[in-house]
Ligand binder design. Sequence first.
Ligand SMILES: [Zn+2]
Length: 220
Amino acid sequence: MSAWNAEKKVVLEAAQQIAERGLVVGTSGNISMRLREPGGRELVAITPNNRYYDLIGVDDIGIVDFEGEHVEGELTTSIETMLHIGIYKARKKVNAVIHTHPVSSGIFSVAGWAIPPILDDQVTYLGGEIKVAEYSLPGSQELVTNVVPALGPRNAVILANHGALTVGRDMREAFVNCEMLEKTARIYIHALGLGKVDTLPAVAYEMEQAYFNYQYGESQ
Ligand SMILES: [Zn+2]
């Protein structure tokens, strides 16, 4: 049994949850977790490429190092492995990454519209405006180059014509952020349909962002 069995199980269960909750269709999406070896080396446990999440087991979750080199597992890891690694390198406090193809965030990914700060919990959980990273092919280095800065210090980003990505200090947080992003997108779509959107008052936005930065800021 792998020394990382418990961590692999967390990744597997989150992958099964995104499928069950309709945040992906089929084998799409990918999920990972940062691992720290006692010696200091950092690794990533990540879902395999192109597999139905209800048909895989704990041993099918792969482990790679920060160069993307295979460490454990029989299956090819996710096509977006280097994207996950890019985020772990840029965000020291992030320990879990969830990439999904949800419907409501997907609507903004197609329109290429950022979601402005419209809700209190959007800012305290996700960090404010949700940007749309410019389009690049799945699995490409260009995707990493576009997504990492569009995510910036926040916990959610939309990928143009593709999907969404959220992060957290642990898997639970990344998962909640995934649902928070989708809820925010859904509310924004309906408000746009009503024809009137009030963004958050500046005072609230500043206070909530200060709270977010205190929780998630890399200086902490
Ligand atoms: Zn994808």
